[in-house]
Design a binder for this molecule. Structure first.
Ligand code: BES
Ligand code: ZN
Length: 588
């Protein structure tokens, strides 16, 4: 086992196998307080248990003996700005250890929302985001994906609020102020999740449903009505869904991601609920994580491509099976275009940092947009070479073999050699494999997705840019065609061109966040001030990083003062992760 440099835990000597949480949610203080009791498996000689924490106040630690609980000595290290504080507990190998603690109101893994920041506007809301290393800010835990444990939680909250976790929550939204949930399957700490608010349930099918605020739940259920079908096709391709129920929780717009694959309870941004299902590949993506990531997990963040790369591939297979090849190809082409545009201007040295070989482990494989794409492109390439007839059963076998385990890239490559390249020699060469695994960038022999619809869009854009003629038929374009139109347009355009396009197609103020993000990027880079008020409103309403950061980035290059002004107004509604990212862009 390799050491996880993002955690102080020592899983080579001791591992949590089960966690019991007993927590109280205090919305006045913005604090979660209670205890975390670890059931431990000791495998080496040591006199201590080291847990990860960040900004936690530890109130006491106890260990279970034959005579009951005894207090244990502990010390909290000086915090490291990135990793937090190691909590070192003196223990003679106690089978269970209980830590009593409270979180800080500034916990990086939690956001506490005032009622005004919700759809209903009456009740407060809170939610967690643990990936990658934020679980430690709300639970003292071995915060490394190499350790897996089941968990049970007892949570109390104000009686008017519903509490949900990444666990078996049932399907009744009866509020009692006291909730008990269990997660029987072993999960890594980054999949610990909790949310509380004015949440109601609407079923989608036998084993899936949507949780959302009353004002949103109907629209969300309509948008996500293909969830059962997505589950069915994924099972057909890659084996059984092993987590019991699959529910979706639609969060307020400050949720910093598109989605988060919390097991049994995907957390999702409301920005995908727009009425035409055109952005539901986010749901396919989070569902795909039920196989890639949640079932077969990377054992450290440096191998995150095993998680996000595989998921991006499986996502596209789900999208193809449910919405057809044409749609899936457009989505692939959009992702590939974004990567190529980013990589093209790089020098070889920069490229080696931005997108190294998949075997060159780096946490950045998962946190930039290019990393997951290289992984999924690699898998698509294998699929094409070996054919689906061979590749699909191979991938299914991979999920079966490593189910509920945490592995690294070597484990995958070994499996690939044993079950794919050895039984089917001469399909790919060693040099080709090495290009993906050890060399930077996207190999020259990788085929790009070609979308006939995008060729039409590209021609329309070319005509518009050279003659000013508005794109024909664009009023009937799908979301993806608009994304293509904007993605491949120059960053800076003349106000006149922008005004004509805007007048014809009403881009300013669009309810489609993916279109808005790209449009406002151009608006900001071109200083098209007619759209600034709506752009500011968008930045204030939405906190999803993928949608707001590129706009701030563009504004930072043209109108930093305006960006700072908007940020000051939006900031109280942003998640701590979004706030930190915007501050970095604005140099604050
Ligand atoms: N698990 C990720 C989000 C994540 C990655 C959080 C790394 C923290 C660190 C999630 O599954 C994801 O990838 N979400 C994407 C949507 C997806 C369709 C690419 C997002 O948030 O936009
Ligand atoms: Zn993902």
């Amino acid at each position: 086992m390799t050491h996880d440099r993002h955690s102080y835990a020592e899983p080579n000597v001791v591992r949590t196998t089960h966690l019991e949480l007993d927590l109280a949610l205090d919305f006045d203080e913005k604090v979660l307080a209670g205890s975390a009791t670890h059931t431990l498996a000791w495998t080496g000689a040591t006199s201590r248990l080291v847990l990860d924490t960040r900004d936690l106040t530890v109130l006491g630690v106890e260990g279970l003996t034959a005579d009951g609980w005894e207090p244990l000595e502990y010390s909290l290290a000086v915090p490291d700005p990135e990793l937090g504080s190691a909590l070192t507990i003196r223990t003679a190998g106690h089978p269970r250890i209980k830590v009593s603690y409270r979180t800080a109101p500034t916990a990086t893994g939690l956001q506490w929302l005032e009622p005004a920041m919700t759809a209903g506007g009456v009740m407060p809301f809170m939610f967690s985001q643990s990936q990658a290393i934020h679980a430690r800010s709300w639970v003292p835990v071995q915060d490394t994906p190499s350790v897996r444990f089941s968990y049970a939680a007892h949570v109390t909250a104000p009686p008017e609020l519903m509490v949900l976790m990444s666990a078996d929550n049932g399907t009744t939204s009866r509020r009692t102020g006291s909730y008990d949930v269990v997660m029987p399957e072993p999960i890594p700490s980054y999949l610990l999740a909790i949310a509380a608010g004015d949440l109601v349930f609407e079923p989608l099918g036998e084993r899936s449903g949507v949780w959302a605020e009353p004002a949103t739940v109907r629209r969300a259920a309509t948008e996500f009505s293909d969830t059962e079908e997505m589950m069915r096709v994924t099972e057909e391709l890659f084996g059984p869904y092993r987590w019991g129920r699959y529910d979706l929780l639609v969060l307020p717009p400050s949720f910093p991601y598109g989605g988060m694959e919390n097991p049994r309870m995907t957390f999702a941004t409301p920005t995908v609920v727009i009425g035409d299902k055109s952005l539901v590949s986010v749901i396919a993506h989070e569902l795909a994580h039920s196989w890639s990531g949640n079932l077969v997990t990377q054992d450290s963040w440096d191998d995150i491509w095993l998680n996000e790369g595989f998921t991006s591939y499986v996502e596209n297979r789900i999208v193809e099976a449910v919405y057809g090849t044409e749609f899936a190809v457009m989505e692939t082409a959009i992702k590939q275009h974004a990567t190529v545009v980013k990589l093209d201007p790089l020098t070889p040295a920069e490229l080696a940092v931005e997108l190294p070989g998949l075997h060159h482990r780096s946490e950045y494989h998962g946190t930039t947009s290019t990393g997951p794409l290289k992984g999924s492109w690699f898998l698509s390439w294998l699929e094409e070479r070996f054919t689906r007839e061979v590749f699909d059963p191979f991938l299914r076998g991979y999920f079966d073999t490593f189910a509920f385990r945490s592995i690294n890239t070597d484990n995958f490559v070994e499996h690939l050699r044993e079950h794919l390249t050895a039984p089917h020699p001469d399909v790919v060469t060693e040099d080709e494999l090495a290009a993906w695994l050890y060399e930077p960038g996207i190999p020259a022999f990788a085929r790009r997705a070609v979308s006939a619809r995008f060729q039409v869009v590209d021609e329309a854009r070319g005509l518009w840019l050279t003659t000013g003629e508005l794109p024909h038929g664009a009023e009937r374009w799908t979301t993806q065609e608009w994304l293509r139109f904007l993605d491949a347009a120059p960053d800076v355009l003349s106000p006149l061109l922008l005004q004509q396009l805007d007048r014809a197609f009403g881009l300013t103020g669009t309810a489609n966040g993916e279109i808005a993000r790209r449009w406002y990027q151009i608006v900001a880079a071109s200083s098209y001030e007619a759209a600034y008020a709506e752009m500011a409103e968008f930045l204030t309403k939405v906190g999803r990083m993928k949608l707001v950061l590129p706009v701030y980035q563009a504004l930072a290059g043209t109108d930093r003062a305006f960006a700072a002004e908007v940020f000051a107004k939006a900031r109280p509604g942003y998640h701590p992760i979004t706030t930190a990212a915007v501050q970095k862009i604005l140099g604050q």
